[in-house]
Write a protein that binds this ligand. Structure first.
Ligand SMILES: Nc1ncnc2c1ncn2[C@@H]1O[C@H](COP(=O)(O)OP(=O)(O)O)[C@@H](O)[C@H]1O
Ligand SMILES: [Mg+2]
Length: 249
């Protein structure tokens, strides 16, 4: 396997006396989907907030393309092309699809990026992901289904040419058909060369779409494995703490 685009070495995070991340190693590779699993309270969100720069780690090292970097602010994460699609999605209901995809970009703010070009780029991003379920790019996001909203959020990562896309429970609120659509979108995003990190509670999703799985148990990484080399029963055992790898790769 090629070297990771993003790598965490022995990262720590505490809230007062509570050690939430106890020296965690983690990595994600371009073109692969890495599932991050663990029980409630294991530290998944805390790990992700550190990568997003919204809640920096206390200690340890972050390497981007092999070079040490500081992720002290969301700006730092953006600069490296790290994009988080949060569970509540952070889309603006009153704006349309195109406007949401370009939200927060410099070009838009200084008014040098014309609507026409934005629309062309938005359409190209959706097409590159083989999205055909969106009728009009000028639809207000408020009128979209959960799966379509997830699609817009993921396509935004394509527009931004993100290198690392972190998805927090992308299928948690979706029905069966929409889940299947979003999972195939996740796969295509990775096939574009993006390193996708997917937090999930759903092992069916993990085994369907992920290449690698990392398991957090009470703030420690207890397993990091290619999905093809493990089983659902074993992953459950890592999640519940009845089993851990002797050497976590
Ligand atoms: N801002 C905070 N202040 C105090 N404790 C926190 C804070 N954020 C998270 N925690 C604690 O850290 C632990 C891990 O939380 P979290 O990262 O949200 O886990 P997960 O996302 O895996 O459910 C939990 O015990 C949680 O209560
Ligand atoms: Mg969480």
């Amino acid at each position: 396997m090629n070297s990771p685009i993003i790598e965490l070495k022995a990262v720590t995070k505490s809230f007062g006396p509570v050690n939430v991340l106890k020296g965690v190693d983690f990595a994600a590779h371009a073109g692969r989907v890495t599932a991050l699993v663990g029980d409630n309270g294991a530290g998944k969100s805390t790990l992700i907030k550190g990568l997003a720069g919204v809640q920096p780690y206390d200690g340890g090292e972050v390497l981007f393309a092999g070079e040490p970097v500081q992720l002290g602010h969301p700006r730092d994460a953006s600069k490296h092309g790290i994009e988080v699609v949060y569970q509540d999605l952070a889309l603006c209901d009153n704006l349309d699809i195109v406007q949401n995809m370009f939200l927060g970009r410099e070009e838009v703010r200084v008014g040098t990026f014309e609507e026409g070009r934005m629309e062309v780029e938005a359409a190209a991003a959706l097409q590159s992901l083989s999205v055909r379920t969106v009728k009009s790019l000028r639809q207000k996001v408020a009128s979209l289904s959960g799966g379509q909203r997830q699609t817009v959020a993921i396509a935004r990562a394509v527009v931004k040419q993100s290198k690392v896309v972190i998805l927090d429970e992308p299928t948690a609120a979706l029905g069966v058909a929409q889940t299947a659509q979003v999972l195939s979108l996740v796969r295509r995003l990775a096939d574009h060369g993006v390193a996708v990190i997917m937090i999930s509670h759903n092992l069916a999703d993990v085994f369907e779409v992920a290449d690698d799985v990392s398991v957090l148990y009470l703030g420690e990484m207890t397993a990091r494995l290619p999905v093809a080399e493990t089983t659902r029963d074993d992953v459950v055992a890592y999640i519940t703490g009845t089993k851990r790898m002797e050497r976590v790769a």
